[in-house]
Design a protein around this ligand. Sequence first.
Ligand SMILES: [Zn+2]
Length: 386
Amino acid sequence: MKVAAKTAILEHLGRHHEAMVALLADLVNIDSGSYNKRGVDAVGERLRAYIAAAGISSEILPNATFGDCLAARLTGVGGDERPIILMGHRDTVFPDGTAAERPFRIEGNQAFGPGVADMKAGLVMNTFVLEAFHRLGAPCPLTGLYTSDEEIASPSSRPIIEAEARGARAVFNAEPGRPSGNLVSRRKGAAFIELEVTGRAAHSGAAHAQGVNAIEALARKIQRLHRLTDYDLGTTVNVGLAQGGTAVNTVAARATAAIDVRFPTLNIMEKILGEVREICCCCELPGSDARILREGNFLPLEQDEASRELLELYGRSAAGLGFQVAGEATGGSADSGFTAALGTPTLCGTGPVGGNAHRDDEWCRIDTLVLRAQALALTILELAAV
Ligand SMILES: [Zn+2]
């Protein structure tokens, strides 16, 4: 029975390469930057149409500002009621017009286009795995969760992700498989902080002493912030954007900066973010003022025992299909950190193999669409049988 179920799902997925590529082309050719609600929702509609045609029920979790979340649900025939979650984000980092400028295209085994690997191929893979289990019978409840704003640290999706993942049996996040084919077992957490510093404007010739230069106050903060970088510990601070002033002969009344902070563990997160916030908000220069305008956080993905076992299970499934995988660490952050922090076993990077994410030459190996879908499906069957 178990062998028959495996054979049936492998064969089913094996017949769907062309259909996967067609759906991927459709998704890539829709612009869906994180702030483009209409586009992110259009990607959701395309997926929902596919899911509905397959006979799977789904629900929309609406959001007024960012794209809506979409959840597709299968009931299982097994005894365990805890769902397995197949997660992915529909937004990309690319501005409107990118899809028209450089639409989906294929060269040999590689596909190109905005978001092709990060992570529209992962959405396609999850969708076909759901469809296969819908047709052949799911061994436990399965939820396909299609989120909307991961590239900006999931301000609207995070509570939904946490609600779905709490008490779930496992989460598979379909971020792209590494160029080596490996999965992701550790990710750094990240904080993105927008800082505003204000001073007092004055004529730099006639009334210099009356001014308080916000650029100088910001510069002092940047020096202190950058000194927090500690490669041995795995923490980095990068002020990636800085702006200020209105004219060369005016003492600058305002300056702003965008700060990227990375950290390997939750414990280190508390400490470094405390230090960063203290530097941001303290007064470096008498008469100046500073405040944090916005802060978005990703939690780190730490590998606990259950997640390590999940990786081993996946590794055995992959080996049965003829490929080897290991876990890799990356400095990039993702939604998988939120689910791992809840204690839900989490595996990230299950998507088709890809690289150069967030760049014009982003690529996805389309010859891994079926293979990664099969490895995921086998892992689900094994997990449900435990
Ligand atoms: Zn991504």
